[in-house]
Design a protein around this ligand. Structure first.
Ligand SMILES: Cc1cc2nc3c(=O)[nH]c(=O)nc-3n(C[C@H](O)[C@H](O)[C@H](O)COP(=O)(O)O)c2cc1C
Length: 662
């Protein structure tokens, strides 16, 4: 495909005083890439700078959180309550300013522009005493006049710093769970004074903030707002009212751009939509803004635009002037350059698993590092710069198993110059990813398999499919290095009488079409991530009546707050019934017996034709143990689920770091 196919994407655009070199925008994403709280450190610059060097024209990096104590000399109750005390006033600290200046210089050197987003979160103080996030019982403190005045001024103060560090644009965050959003929305703004009322009155706070920012920074910096085109909450400002607000704000002449997305916070869809949502599903909100407002004000639309083809079409068909592509750049910071150079097959496309936002919101890594399920570099950019070097001593490497861990080990080792053979027992690479991609709304997961298949060719890995590798087969290849990435197999709960009955089957087998099930299905769930929802939905999509008996407090309890709403809503929509806090005790000919996870009470449930197990998996390390005992291989590694079944990101990183170590 030639670059001319992306002529819209790669054409520059004037946004107020700011010339953006192309239409690709990293809208702000607080992935917490700095390892020094309150500073812009080398990790931050490596992470966001890579996107600029990779061809993204607009770099929004991470938000500047303005919440601070009020009055300023008091303890930071506001910051502590929103969980971001460390951010308090950071934008005023000399170290932060120095780091930011250096970052701006780097981005400018790459030819891109820097946009600073200014945010006041509203969970603790808000226009009215209405919970901002519906599913949480946290009623905010109602802002008084003095506090409103204080908040408005912080926008202007921070904007002055943004200008000082050399930012090309400033965006006031008026979407998601922010103070400006709370003023705009009819759900959260119930005021009867001058800050509340109809759409125009509710815009007063935002307009006042914009006026103060403009007065402070003048016309040499582009100014805009981020706003939700649709809220998706009962009583919220749905499309028409949002259009009215957008029109009213743009008519003020204060702004140069609208950055528009959808979703109010953690609902369904979240503003970081998962693979359950189509690419650019809500693009009409971009088109509406573009239709209504003065064409001088440019419209940026975001929301699951993960490939350059979709982005080009959106621009060509007039849905927006600029495209937000955040996770596209996390999955592959170089995607823009690759697209411009016509290297489309080399792009690693975001699969919208939402691990990046989940990790940022509720970290599971320790110490915390930004995380991507499919790009092992994320969060480790500096180490990779040092370690991803051509080898001085090319070795014969055999990788056994073509799941994510095996593929990444093979790919990285081969790119570094080793001679790699990968043995995969099935007919295709992908391992568990092949199974996961069969679930409704998960078909994009297959993109990562395509990526690995293409990369194996590009890196020169010899892939042998349908190759069952026992110890003799491995030794016959005389390897100097072996990586055992033989994965895991589904677990069968022990000590459950009747578990071997013919109507008890494994979820993985169901997904692969290896077994069939009857009309009424009981899913026994003993895992807290996506596997159960995927199996349940797969069955429901086949017209089965599905009931899940889940071991803990709620299904998907390890899925973080930005994503869980989308998962549970899907369960509701496909009529999956969920019974929490239950473990399987026995399978009888006519019933299943369950026991409370926390107590001793037992329950009998009848009428199920099939019982489907989703109970995690057991590492398959037999080959590794044999090779270890044999001692004939100089360097032996075990990678991915064969060592410990975890999640995609862990498999990717485990495999890739072995590829670096060889
Ligand atoms: C890790 C992460 C952090 C985010 N933090 C912010 C933020 O601080 N402010 C904001 O306006 N949007 C934030 N977002 C939302 C993104 O700007 C973007 O709108 C969203 O990811 C959808 O775009 P995409 O499909 O291109 O990723 C964040 C997204 C991610 C993935």
């Amino acid at each position: 495909m030639s670059t001319t196919q992306f002529e819209h994407l790669f054409s520059p655009i004037q946004v107020g005083p700011m010339r953006v070199p192309n239409r690709i925008c990293e809208t702000t994403n607080t992935i917490n890439s700095s390892m020094i709280p309150g500073e812009i450190d080398d990790h931050f610059r490596a992470h966001h700078g890579a996107k600029a060097r990779g061809g993204t024209g607009w770099i929004g990096s991470e938000t500047w959180l303005l919440n601070m104590p009020f009055p300023p000399e008091t303890p930071d109750e506001v910051g502590l309550a929103v969980g971001f005390a460390a951010h308090y006033s950071v934008y005023q600290s000399p170290a932060f300013i120095a780091g930011m200046k250096k970052f701006v210089e780097e981005v400018h050197a790459a030819g891109s522009v820097v946009i600073v987003q200014l945010t006041h979160l509203s969970a603790v103080w808000a226009p009215s005493s209405v919970v901002v996030v519906g599913a949480q019982d946290y009623t905010p403190h109602v802002l008084g006049e003095e506090e409103i005045e204080f908040c408005l001024n912080t926008y202007a103060d921070a904007a002055a710093v943004a200008k000082e560090v050399g930012a090309d644009g400033i965006e006031i965050h008026c979407a998601h769970e922010t103070l400006c959003y709370s003023f705009l929305s009819p759900v959260t703004n119930k005021r009867t004074d001058r800050w509340g009322g109809g759409p125009q009155e509710r815009s007063t706070f935002v307009l006042e903030a914009l006026k103060r920012v403009r007065a402070r920074v003048g016309d040499s910096v582009a100014l805009g707002i981020r706003m939700a085109g649709m809220e998706f909450r009962t009583g919220g400002a749905e499309h028409l009212e949002m259009r009215e607000i957008a029109y009213h704000i743009s008519e003020s002449g204060l702004i140069d751009f609208f950055d528009i997305d959808v979703g109010h916070c953690w609902g369904a869809p979240s503003y970081v939509p998962s693979s359950y949502y189509a690419n650019a599903a809500y693009k009409e909100v971009g088109k509406a803004a573009r239709t209504d407002i003065d064409p001088k004000v440019k419209v940026l639309f975001s929301g699951r635009i993960n490939d350059v083809g979709t982005a080009e079409t959106l621009l060509k068909e007039g849905y927006c002037d600029l495209v937000g592509m955040v996770r596209a750049g996390i999955a592959d910071p170089n995607f823009a350059n690759k697209a411009r150079e016509g290297r489309l097959m080399e792009i690693r496309r975001c699969i919208a698993c939402t691990r990046c936002i989940d990790e940022a919101a509720e970290p599971r890594t320790f110490p915390y590092a930004p995380t991507c399920s499919i790009n092992p570099l994320i969060g480790h950019e500096l180490q990779w710069k040092e370690k991803f070097q051509p080898t001085k001593t090319p070795k014969r490497v055999v990788v056994v198993g073509g799941g994510l861990a095996g593929c990444e080990a093979a790919r990285i080792a081969a790119l570094r110059g080793h001679r790699v053979t990968l043995l995969e027992q099935s007919a295709r690479l992908g391992g568990q990813l092949l199974i996961a991609s069969k679930a409704p709304g998960r078909n994009d997961f297959e993109d990562q398999i395509y990526f690995e298949e293409n990369e194996m060719k590009r890196a020169g890995v010899e892939v042998r499919l349908n190759a069952k590798a026992d110890i003799a087969a491995v030794k016959a290849l005389s390897p100097e290095v072996v990586v055992v990435a033989t994965g895991s197999l589904p677990r069968v709960p022990s000590d459950v009488p009747g578990i071997d009955r013919p109507n008890v089957v494994q979820g993985w087998d169901v997904m692969q079409g290896k077994v069939s099930v009857g009309k009424r299905v009981a899913v026994i769930s003993q895992e807290d991530y996506y596997e159960t929802p995927c199996v349940a939905e797969f069955l429901a999509a086949q017209g089965k009546q599905v009931e899940v008996f889940h071991k803990s407090v709620h299904l998907g309890s390890e899925i973080a707050r930005y994503s869980i709403g989308m998962v549970l809503r899907r369960m509701e929509e496909c009529n999956v019934k969920i019974h929490p806090n239950l473990m399987l005790k026995a399978v009888h000919p006519d019933a299943i017996e369950l026991v409370s996870s926390w107590g001793t009470r037992t329950y009998r449930e009848t009428g199920f034709d099939s019982i489907v197990l989703v109970c995690g998996s057991i590492p398959q390390a037999g080959l590794y143990d044999q090779l270890k005992a044999d001692k004939s291989v100089a360097q032996l590694y075990i990678a991915g689920s064969a060592w410990l079944p975890r999640f995609m990101a862990e498999a990717t990183q485990h495999g890739a770091s072995i590829g670096l170590a060889i």
